[in-house]
Design a protein around this ligand. Structure first.
Ligand SMILES: Nc1nc2c(ncn2[C@@H]2O[C@H](COP(=O)(O)OP(=O)(O)OP(=O)(O)O)[C@@H](O)[C@H]2O)c(=O)[nH]1
Length: 223
């Protein structure tokens, strides 16, 4: 593959109990459609969407996993290599809220720590809520991740979930790249006559050599 063809691609997994709206969320985001029929996911489904972030194209590859425990053995094989995760529960399903920690552990067992967002779906059904606002906030805080409330049905906040994760991963990639780029550190010494400092007000500014960098997609893209 030519270097120019490389791009940033993110593997995102969507997990949570059956019926919380994972398939609906992925379909809404990638195809712009919503159906009220429920057809349980068998194993894993895959869809993708391309977005632009800071002037760069990012391909978000969404793995929609089955919520039923019977598929655990199959789905966990698809967790591997995921760079971000959506933990989903439903406003009207208490058990799905209580299962979130377990989902997080399952993901961590395969992927260690990856950018994660907690999604409370079906907020159009707030009048039938079985999880309070505070409980959801407290869970997000204890898991150390952002809580985003969505209604896939009404198309509220769905795009924000994936944009938030893409942004987080993009930032991480940039940091990793910067950390991997060696900075020439001049020796600061009274006996180092060749060292040139930019001294202003007794402050020595160490300047990074101006290296012409390649666009990020060429540096980080692995797909
Ligand atoms: N009211 C409401 N219903 C929703 C919303 N999102 C999804 N649903 C409905 O919830 C049901 C289950 O949605 P799915 O997307 O199939 O759920 P899932 O999490 O993929 O389920 P599994 O495949 O069993 O893991 C469907 O009837 C959807 O139409 C929402 O935001 N509001």
């Amino acid at each position: 593959m030519l270097e120019e063809e490389l791009e940033i691609a993110l593997k995102v997994i969507v997990v949570g109990n059956g019926g919380v709206g994972k398939t609906s969320m992925v379909q809404r985001y990638c195809k712009g459609i919503y159906t009220k029929d429920y057809k349980k996911t068998i194993g894993v489904d895959f869809l993708e969407r391309q977005i632009e972030l800071d002037g760069e194209d990012i391909r978000i590859m969404l793995w929609d996993t089955a919520g039923q425990e019977e598929f655990d053995a199959i789905t966990k094989a698809y967790y591997r290599g995921a760079q971000a995760c959506v933990l989903t529960f439903s406003t009207t399903d208490r058990a799905s809220f209580e299962a979130i920690r377990e989902w997080k552990v399952k993901v961590e067992n395969e992927c260690s720590e990856i950018p994660t967002v907690l999604v409370q779906n079906k907020i159009d059904l707030m009048d039938k809520a079985v999880v309070s606002f505070d409980e959801a906030e407290a869970l997000a805080q204890s898991l150390g991740c952002r809580l985003i409330r969505t209604s896939v049905k009404e198309d509220v906040n769905v795009a924000s979930v994936f944009r938030y994760l893409a942004n987080k991963c993009h930032q991480q990639m940039k940091q990793q790249y910067n950390a991997a780029t060696p900075i020439t550190q001049p020796t600061i010494s009274a006996f180092s006559p060749t060292f040139q400092s930019k001294a202003t007000n007794n402050t020595i500014q160490l300047t990074r050599p101006s290296v012409k960098r390649k666009p990020l997609q060429k540096r980080c893209g692995i797909f």
